[in-house]
Design a protein around this ligand. Structure first.
Ligand SMILES: [Zn+2]
Length: 176
């Protein structure tokens, strides 16, 4: 059972729904997330091993939830830096994928809209956040392990194709 955050009345079903008591419309939208496909000078891909649930222990593409007023490109750069300890520079856009993120509070799970950028590795600026990451590693395109989150396999496949076709630098007119 969910309740109207405006008036507290019981809602007859999950959003999208109009509150029968006060008429407020409640919507359900995807949350924006961003990630970075970071490569080094040898064309190897940077992944981290997750140290948090969900998918703890799995290899993962650096990324996370966008802050309220944070452009996805800035989010991808920030998350890569926090989760791997490496400063990265975005060079191009790869694509967007929908997925679900398990939530204790929402049996339908959070819907995520995940946008991915190509990036190159810069300086090592510190240690990866130990709460997020247990280790980082570089992988050759043909040697990338299975990764966390269902959509990420499609991301890796698209990345591999973009690398093979030399499409890792794209116009970014929305660069923040
Ligand atoms: Zn209401």
């Amino acid at each position: 059972m969910s309740y109207c955050p405006t008036c507290g009345a019981c809602l007859p079903n999950r959003p999208p729904v109009t509150c029968p008591a006060c008429g407020t419309e409640h919507w359900r939208n995807a949350k924006p997330c961003a990630g970075a496909l970071v490569t080094d000078g040898d064309g190897r891909l940077l992944l981290l091993r997750r140290n948090t649930e969900p998918w703890r222990g799995w290899w993962d593409i650096p990324g996370g939830f966008c802050e309220a007023e944070e452009h996805p490109m800035a989010c991808a750069t920030r998350e890569a830096r926090e989760e791997t300890g490496i400063a990265v520079a975005v060079t191009g856009w790869l694509g967007m994928w929908l997925d679900h993120y398990p939530s204790r509070h929402d049996p339908d799970h959070i819907v995520t809209l995940n946008t991915y950028y190509h990036a190159v590795a810069g300086e090592e600026v510190g240690a990866p956040d130990p709460h997020e990451t247990s280790e980082i590693a570089w992988f050759a395109p043909d040697d990338v392990p299975d990764v966390a989150f269902p959509h990420a396999r499609a991301v890796i496949a698209a990345w591999r194709e973009a690398v093979a076709e030399g499409r890792t630098v794209t116009p970014l007119p929305d660069r923040p």
